[in-house]
Design a protein. Structure first.
Length: 377
């Protein structure tokens, strides 16, 4: 590797953009993304209800950083030649180090009919299509009782109080939450008039709703799919070590276990907690991983031994419409720690986190290093 390496970052989501800006302070950086705008993915449920979001050109966020932006789709990674190939047919982009931050997308192939009849909100285009669909839909069924499903259902119910909103989940509502946390969710659902179907796995999605494994049919004019996420197959196709779910296998410094010139961060990386459990997908864990990778790359360039990621706690920060929310933290054993925050204050905290991640944090990425330093061992 040259004294000033060329680092290619794939993906300009929260983690990829943060990593690219930080790495540009010590290396030549090329950022490859399939669009020229930054997408606040944590606000897609708001986009689905027609709320206006900030238009943030990537070039504005990168101005003055020295990062070279390529707006193109990556079609292949060639780790032997250390290059990535692009859909436009432009010359392959060579790298000394590669940072893989391509994120995740909704798994619409998990159940028959979902790809044809359901709408995911994991990307901005589909979230916008759901808004158009809601102009005529009188009943909408949200499939999935995790954070994305909860936020989508509550946002839709608050925005469209004259429509019927259902949430269908194969588990309980908010299974990662404590009993008091789940109780608050139930109260919020009652207040918003959301019809809840728990322990109701979906067997098929049709044009007129859902067929449950029990044989019951759930009517719906529109179906929102929020259960199950998958990652791009580029890493697997390139021969990089991946897990069964396709996430790239990395060590405690976010470096590929099979290719030492490749790092992976965010949803596309299989990062593990000290007890061996895989770190969940999400902006919070992804931000810690990005900070860890940037520090590890800098340490290795300077001849130092990098520190490893150590995440001893996690948190659930959920918006329940614009006026309610829930914030709860958990220790390494997944048991809740500290007080649970609900109501308007929790909604304000969640809004502050989202604003920070999509605004101040991206314009001043050094904040991510400060926050991430607490998660390094």
């Amino acid at each position: 590797m040259t004294s000033t390496p060329h680092i290619v970052v794939l993906g300009a989501g929260y983690t990829g953009l943060t990593a690219a800006k930080l790495l540009a302070r010590r290396a030549t950086v090329t950022l490859v993304n399939n669009r020229d705008r930054f997408v606040e993915r944590m606000r897609n449920h708001q986009l689905a209800t027609g709320q206006r979001l900030r238009d943030v050109p990537l070039r504005d966020l990168l101005r003055g950083t020295g990062v070279r932006l390529l707006v193109d789709q990556v079609t292949r990674i060639d780790p032997d030649q250390q290059q990535v190939e692009l859909a436009s047919g432009a010359e392959p982009v060579r790298y000394d180090l590669l940072v893989y931050a391509l994120g995740s997308q909704a798994d619409l192939d998990a159940v028959p009919g979902a790809a044809e009849h359901a709408t995911a909100i994991a990307d901005a285009e589909r979230a916008a299509r759901l808004h158009e669909r809601m102009r005529t839909a009188s009943t909408v069924a949200v499939v999935g009782g995790g954070l994305t499903g909860i936020e989508a259902a509550t946002e839709l119910a608050e925005t469209y109080p004259d429509r019927t909103v259902r949430l269908v989940t194969g588990d309980t509502l908010g299974p990662a939450l404590s009993e008091p946390g789940q109780a608050h969710l139930y109260r919020a659902f009652d207040r918003l008039g959301i019809r809840l179907h728990e322990h109701a796995p979906v067997a098929k999605v049709a044009a007129d709703g859902l067929l449950l494994e029990s044989g019951e049919h759930v009517d719906a004019d529109a179906v929102v799919w929020t259960t199950g996420f998958r990652v791009p197959q580029l890493a697997r196709e390139a021969g990089l070590a991946v897990g069964d779910n396709g996430r790239m296998l990395v060590d405690g410094t976010m470096r590929s276990v099979s290719h030492p010139d490749v790092y992976a961060i965010g949803d596309a990386a299989a990062t593990h907690r000290p007890d061996g459990r895989e770190l969940r997908m999400g902006c919070g864990p992804g931000g810690l991983a990005a900070a860890c990778a940037v520090r590890a790359i800098g340490d290795r360039m300077a001849g130092r031994t990098p520190r490893r990621l150590r995440v001893d706690f996690d948190g659930q920060c959920i918006s329940l419409g614009r006026k309610d929310g829930l914030v709860q933290y958990a220790g390494s054993n997944d048991r809740p720690i500290g007080p649970m925050l609900t109501g308007r204050m929790a909604a304000m905290v969640k809004e502050g986190i989202v604003r920070g991640a999509g605004g101040l944090g991206l314009r001043h990425p050094a904040l991510a290093l400060v926050a991430g330093s607490r998660a390094l061992a």
